[in-house]
Design a protein around this ligand. Structure first.
Ligand SMILES: Cc1ncc(COP(=O)(O)O)c(C=O)c1O
Length: 396
């Protein structure tokens, strides 16, 4: 954007960059439209069809005339279903509908929680590599991002003692994301216990626990979230979930925040003056998603596990590339450190090189990482196998 045009932007927006994952996806789409054969592994979206009973519920809502405003933070039916989901699927047994705000996707739940609470100069601790939008949202709200570095050798998990060192009187939030984007890191219960111990010593610190990938965990242990494990910290935790990733409903734009009354009210105040209620039809469909059959989630998880195994084996078979085995979500963060000299040490140049060879991935630096790229393995096995062949050819 020209200097003159950027002068018209608010200081808040000037601090926010556009999402690089969306940018790569747009670039891949443009090349496809120009007739190029591009496999896009850049977007975080399940390739499965939205379940038929969810589609049927959306149609029924339309036929029943559910086309009007709903309560700003969601219908009573969806708040009940979301409370059921927080209790049944995330183990937050005391979850109540009154502690739920329904939002336009998990993204909006996180943004609203931050926008409602972050004051100029507040610090937000974000484990890196991070989901692209966390730091952008924090900066927009006037906060300072404090990275908590994690490394492939530790499966991208951090030691809670390293978290404590970063806490200051200005720390407002810590972001937790398990299973995580872009690393697939899953925080096991002992690690969460350690984080809880640290938090008990710092009562001014709030926690966003982004559990949007909870059903996609490939470890034997059940999914664990902070609010379930440490109910005494419940009043300081905002747990975020949604149906986008779990039920292949990305376009419906429904997410949920679970937290203390004051925070839910604050999110509602913001939402009432900005977006208003989330889409009424999507809300009806989400009730069906949460209250209907859940068995297919296990089948999808197994499909993702097979895809993960395929991608990890292929990556580690290419000289100069390596990745740990991601324990959850549908991402694999690949290290290409030994090859970076060929690409001027810039992983965006590497990503463009792979795009030239027919595969769209996102540079690790977009996620606060370096010297590599993220693969989204939310694509069929044949497509993934072909993409991995192209990557191997491009780098040989
Ligand atoms: C870690 C993480 N949190 C939240 C979201 C938001 O999901 P949505 O707004 O589509 O529900 C995403 C989407 O990519 C994500 O990767």
């Amino acid at each position: 954007m020209s200097a003159a045009r950027s002068d018209r932007l608010s200081p808040a927006l000037q601090r926010m960059a556009a999402s690089q994952t969306s940018a790569m996806n747009d670039r891949a789409s443009a090349l496809r439209e120009a007739g190029r054969d591009i496999i896009s592994l850049s977007v975080g979206e399940p390739d499965f069809a939205t379940p038929p009973h969810v589609i049927a519920a959306a149609k029924a809502a339309l036929d029943a005339g559910e086309t009007r405003y709903t309560p700003v933070t969601g219908t009573a039916a969806l708040k009940r279903a979301a409370a059921l989901h927080f209790a049944r699927d995330l183990g937050i047994i005391a979850a109540e509908p009154a502690q739920v705000a329904v939002t336009a996707g998990g993204k909006q739940a996180i943004f609203a929680a931050l926008a409602a609470t972050v004051r100029e100069g507040d610090e937000v601790i974000v484990p890196a590599p991070w989901w692209v939008s966390y730091p952008q949202m924090v900066r927009f709200c006037g906060g300072t991002v404090v990275p908590l570095e994690t490394h492939a050798g530790d499966n991208f998990r951090f030691d809670p003692t390293r978290l404590e060192v970063l806490i200051t009187p200005r720390t407002r939030w810590i972001m937790l994301n398990s299973p995580g984007n872009p690393t697939g890191a899953v925080y096991p219960a002992p690690m969460l216990e350690g984080i809880a111990e640290v938090l008990r010593r710092h009562p001014h610190v709030l926690v966003i626990s982004d559990d949007i990938y909870a059903p996609l965990s490939y470890t034997d242990a059940p999914h664990t979230t902070m609010a379930a494990l440490a109910p005494d910290l419940g009043p300081r935790i905002c747990t975020v979930s949604g149906v986008s990733k779990s039920h292949a409903m990305t376009g419906f734009r429904i997410g949920f925040a679970h937290g203390s009354g004051w925070l839910i009210e604050a999110i509602g105040r913001l939402q009432s003056n900005t977006s208003g209620n989330p889409c009424s039809i999507s809300q009806a469909a989400s009730v069906a998603a949460l209250k209907g059959p859940q068995a297919f989630l296990g089948e999808w998880r197994e499909a993702f596990r097979r895809r993960r195994d395929l991608v990890v084996a292929a990556v580690n078979g290419v000289s100069g590339l390596s990745t740990p085995v991601p324990d959850g979500a549908f991402y694999c963060l690949v290290d290409a450190g030994p090859l970076m000299a060929r690409y001027d040490g810039d992983d965006n140049v590497l990503a463009l090189h792979l795009l030239e060879h027919g595969v769209a991935v996102v540079a690790a630096s977009a996620f606060g990482g370096r010297d590599g790229f993220r693969i989204s393995f939310a694509a069929g096995e044949a497509v993934l196998a072909e993409a991995m062949r192209r990557i191997a050819r491009a780098l040989c």
